[in-house]
Each structure stands twice: as C-alpha cells, then as structure tokens.
Design a protein around this ligand. Structure first.
Ligand SMILES: C[S@@+](CC[C@H](N)C(=O)[O-])C[C@H]1O[C@@H](n2cnc3c(N)ncnc32)[C@H](O)[C@@H]1O
Length: 245
C-alpha cells in the first residue's frame, strides 16, 4: 500500500482523473490511498489568503509559506518513511527511474504550486525532492502531480492487471517497447507479422528484442548509450544498421 497526500489550492481538479480506470480500481481495492488537502484550509488569516505579492516587486503572486508549512506539519509524521516532493519546472526531470524509486516508498507528499510558485523557504526547509515533468511551464502543479501518482501507482504490485506488463514497458528496460498487435489478423491490407502467429515463443522473444532495439535506434538513439546491452543485442544492432543502410 502506498499513500499519497496532495496539497493543492484546487483539490477538486483531482476528482475526475482518479475516478476511472486502473487508479480508481487501485483506490477501491486499497492498494493505493490518495488524500487531497486544500491548502486554503491551513491559511492563517480570516480571508484564507494563500498567496501574496513578491518581495522585491515584479508581476504575479507567490504562494505563502505558512499554509503549506502548517499542512506539512499536519501530514508528515516523523516515524513514517515519507518523501515530500515539490512540483516545479525547476526540478529534476521526471523519469521511469524516479517513478521506480518512489514506488518503493510507502508515503509520498506532493505539493502543487500556482501563480509564480511557492515561497522559496518551503523548498529550502521542508522538501526532499523537486520534480519537473518537462521543460515547459504549466499554470499549476496539479497536472504534474497526477502524472506522478499515475506513473508511480502502476508500478505498485497488483495495480496493473498483469504485473509483468510493466517490466517490458518503454524505458523500464532502457529501450522503447516492441510493437504490439491484436485481432483482427488482417485489416484492410494490413497484416500482423507472421512470427507473432507462430506460437514459437523463443522466436517471438527474439523478434521483439530486435524490434525494441530497432525502434530505439530509429526514434531515441540517445537511450542506447545508457541501455544495458548484451553481446547478442550488439550483434542485432549491427544487423539492423546493415538492413536499414
Ligand atoms: C506558472 S508555474 C511557476 C513557474 C515559476 N515562476 C518559474 O518560472 O519557475 C506554477 C506552478 O505550476 C507547477 N508547474 C508548472 N510547470 C511545471 C512543470 N513543468 N513541472 C512540474 N510542475 C510545474 C509548479 O507547481 C509551479 O509552482
């Protein structure tokens, strides 16, 4: 069981994405637990202010330190193995590797920023990790938080129908996944590769490995530099290079 606590000024944004598909099933089966916290509920003044003008001037508003710090005081218990993550475009780029690391924790707290971001004293004092979902800027941290919850949850045992399927996913092996086909065997004139119909699992696995290498070479050659490759993989890559010359 993994528990996510999400701090946001718009917690209602999470209702729809978490109310269908595999994440809903995982919540219903108590394999994951998602708790939403409205940062406004931790505001210290009677107007429930969660943002204020930036010191030093400039446009936009900055989320205040006190409500977020008070929410964290409430949620983060000292005994639990808890990671506090701030969603920010300035963080380390999110990856399958980070999702795998975080899937081993049992408690993850995610802070969603808005406006110009959150008072820097939060990341300086209360955050374990800053994560970005890519080199672009969104209006808030809610969509990035949903991406984290989804990518981490599908690695938690029993969330996916078939636990094996995550093992061969794109990035999990360091390569892009091989192509997949399902029925019908022929549509218009488009057919399924013969080998997949052969029932010969050794041949099917060899074909899949070669396709995985081939599409990584074509679409993401940068991944090949770090991927753990066997001598057989190197031989296959040589073969692919010759075939595509
Ligand atoms: C408009 S952004 C703030 C950007 C900030 N002024 C900057 O330039 O770094 C508001 C909030 O959206 C979230 N956010 C925006 N883009 C993101 C990204 N690529 N990855 C993760 N979070 C992001 C963060 O929580 C951020 O605090």
């Amino acid at each position: 069981m993994i528990r996510f606590d999400i701090l946001s000024i718009f917690p209602e944004m999470f209702e729809s994405p978490f109310s269908s598909s595999l994440i809903k099933k995982a919540l219903d089966r108590h394999i994951i637990d998602v708790r939403l916290h409205d940062i406004r509920g931790y505001a210290v003044d009677k107007h429930r202010m969660t943002d204020d003008y930036p010191y030093g001037g400039g446009g936009g508003m900055v989320m205040k330190v006190e409500p977020v710090a008070r929410a964290l005081d409430d949620i983060v218990s000292e005994e639990s193995d808890c990671r506090v993550i701030l969603m920010t475009p300035q963080g380390e780029p999110f990856s399958q590797k980070i999702a795998e690391d975080l899937a081993r924790c049992n408690h993850i707290v995610i802070i969603c920023g808005h406006y110009e971001g959150i008072d820097e004293r939060i990341s300086e004092n209360l955050v374990d990790r800053e994560i970005s979902i890519g080199d672009y800027v969104l209006t808030g941290g809610e969509l990035p938080a949903m991406i984290l919850v989804d990518a981490i949850s599908r690695l938690v045992p029993n969330v996916l129908g078939n636990n094996e399927s995550a093992l061969f996913d794109t990035f999990a092996t360091g390569l892009l996944e091989y192509p997949q086909y399902t029925r019908p065997q022929e549509y218009r004139t488009w057919t399924v590769p013969e080998v997949l119909l052969s029932g010969d699992h050794k041949k099917i696995n060899q074909w899949r490995r070669k396709k995985s290498l081939e599409r990584t070479l074509m679409k993401r050659p940068d991944l090949l530099e770090k991927a753990p490759l066997s001598e057989e993989d190197m031989r296959l890559l040589e073969e692919i290079r010759k075939e595509t010359e």
